[in-house]
Design a protein around this ligand. Structure first.
Ligand code: ATP
Length: 410
């Protein structure tokens, strides 16, 4: 099945918001055996939308549209579909009734202009949207399908998961593409590629190596007539990749480093505290984004000035001797965090977030330390791609170092 996606909204063309809807839908199609050929962004303009939908309808089996289903004159997706198919929209009595009830249940009077959201054309059936006022449209004509979904991502993703994807799966035809991503830390892209050797020439499944913020990812992807068959093609290859890269693999697919670290801390019954300088609390923020982190995360201290570090137990003399941005201070911060919070593990981060140099050290200079009951590991590097990127990289490096340290704790 050939598909294309159309995102509707002038805000998208003005760069005011990012087209996350297309990104979401594109990521869902391969495993359903649906081939995506085009993504188009178009503004809230009836003529241009008609042109784009007309072209899509002419060349694709499935056209997925998001946005433009609101009640205002700018929302013209229904008008455009109707015009392309040469059909006349009519208010559907049952939908109008539901809409009136939706407003009444919230104690709001019904604006007549919202009646537009109760429109249907003969080829369309409504797709329920309990999370908003705009029902979607499922349109079938001449063996082709057009699906119109609301623009707000929360409404669109739920409509997709609960209504649209199940209907499309029922028609399932064509080959599915299933992928498995193994995420590694501690090796460069070239080194991973070298260890994979001849595997990277495999055709089905394919093996691809990507450099990402949280390490090097190895993506295995198989095409087959069904999901299980594709998985059984991937399994032996995954085993072989694990045999070659095993100690460096920290997670798979959507797993996040902070969640994996959290799971390890829980399993091992260990607790954690951090003292941050250049990461400014972002490390504690990331760690506590994981549900249940209170089981292992005891405290996060943001000690920005040398005096604040000293007040929390870092030796001022050490700071004077080595500079605040130094491996020695990172180690002292990790120990101070651990001791002050009474945790098993302490992490310290000190660096130059930039854009200016500090103590003659260029922006991006970073030192991170992990102290596990007095056993210390450190990492130091320098890379500058902006202040926020430096902070984020510091967080990933700290979590990576922590993960590595946890590998060695039995
Ligand atoms: P509403 O009923 O809220 O008017 P709608 O179907 O008309 O919904 P739009 O008005 O096009 O949708 O978009 C509503 C909001 O949804 C936008 O302001 C934007 O915040 C978000 N949105 C729309 N399209 C996208 C997209 N492609 N990616 C991310 N967000 C989007």
């Amino acid at each position: 099945m050939r598909a294309e996606i159309i995102s509707v909204g002038t805000e998208l063309l003005l760069g005011e918001i990012q087209d996350t809807n297309s990104h979401f839908l594109a990521s869902r199609l391969p495993a359903m055996g649906i081939d995506l050929y085009y993504i188009t962004v178009v503004g809230d303009n009836l003529e241009r939308l008609k042109e784009v939908i007309g072209r899509a309808y002419g060349r694709s089996d499935l056209v997925l549209i998001t946005g433009g289903l609101g009640p205002t004159d700018d929302d013209v997706t229904r008008e455009a579909i109707a015009a392309v198919l040469g059909e006349e929209p009519q208010v559907d009595g049952a939908l109008a009734q539901q809409l009136r009830q939706f407003f009444a249940s919230r104690g709001i009077s019904f604006p007549e202009r919202n009646l537009k959201q109760a429109w249907l054309i003969p080829s369309a059936v409504p797709i329920p949207n309990p999370w908003g006022t705009a029902p979607g449209w499922w349109v079938e004509k001449e063996g082709r399908i057009i699906v119109a979904m609301p623009g707000p991502p929360a409404e669109m993703t739920r409509m997709w998961e609960e209504e649209v994807a199940p209907r499309l799966r029922q028609r399932g035809r064509g080959e599915v593409l299933v992928s498995r991503t193994l995420k590694t830390l501690g090796l460069g892209e070239g080194h991973v590629d070298e260890l994979l050797g001849e595997l990277t020439r495999s055709r089905n499944p394919t093996v691809a190596v990507y450099a990402r913020a949280d390490g090097i990812h190895v993506r295995l992807a198989a095409k087959a007539s069904g999901v299980e068959e594709a998985q059984s093609l991937i399994a032996p290859l995954e085993e072989e990749v694990r045999r070659r890269l095993g100690p460096y693999i920290w997670g798979v697919d959507d797993e996040a480093l902070e969640a994996v670290v959290g799971r390890l801390l829980r399993e091992k019954g260990l607790t954690l505290a951090v003292m941050e300088s250049f990461t400014g609390g972002l490390l504690a923020d990331t760690i506590t984004n994981v549900p249940g982190s209170s089981a292992y995360f005891l405290a996060g201290y943001v000690a920005y000035q040398p005096e604040a570090k000293a007040a929390l137990g870092v030796d001022m003399e050490l700071i004077r001797r080595h500079g605040v941005v130094s491996e020695e201070v990172a180690v002292a911060m990790a120990r101070a965090a651990r001791e002050r919070a009474g945790a098993h593990i302490g992490v310290g981060t000190t660096g130059v977030a930039g854009p200016d140099a500090l103590e003659g050290k260029p922006p991006g200079t970073s030192h991170i330390a992990v102290d596990y009951l007095g056993q210390v590991r450190t990492t130091s590097y320098r890379l500058y791609q902006g202040r926020l990127a430096t902070k984020r990289r510091g967080v990933t490096a700290a979590l990576g170092l922590l993960w590595r340290a946890l590998q060695e704790v039995s």
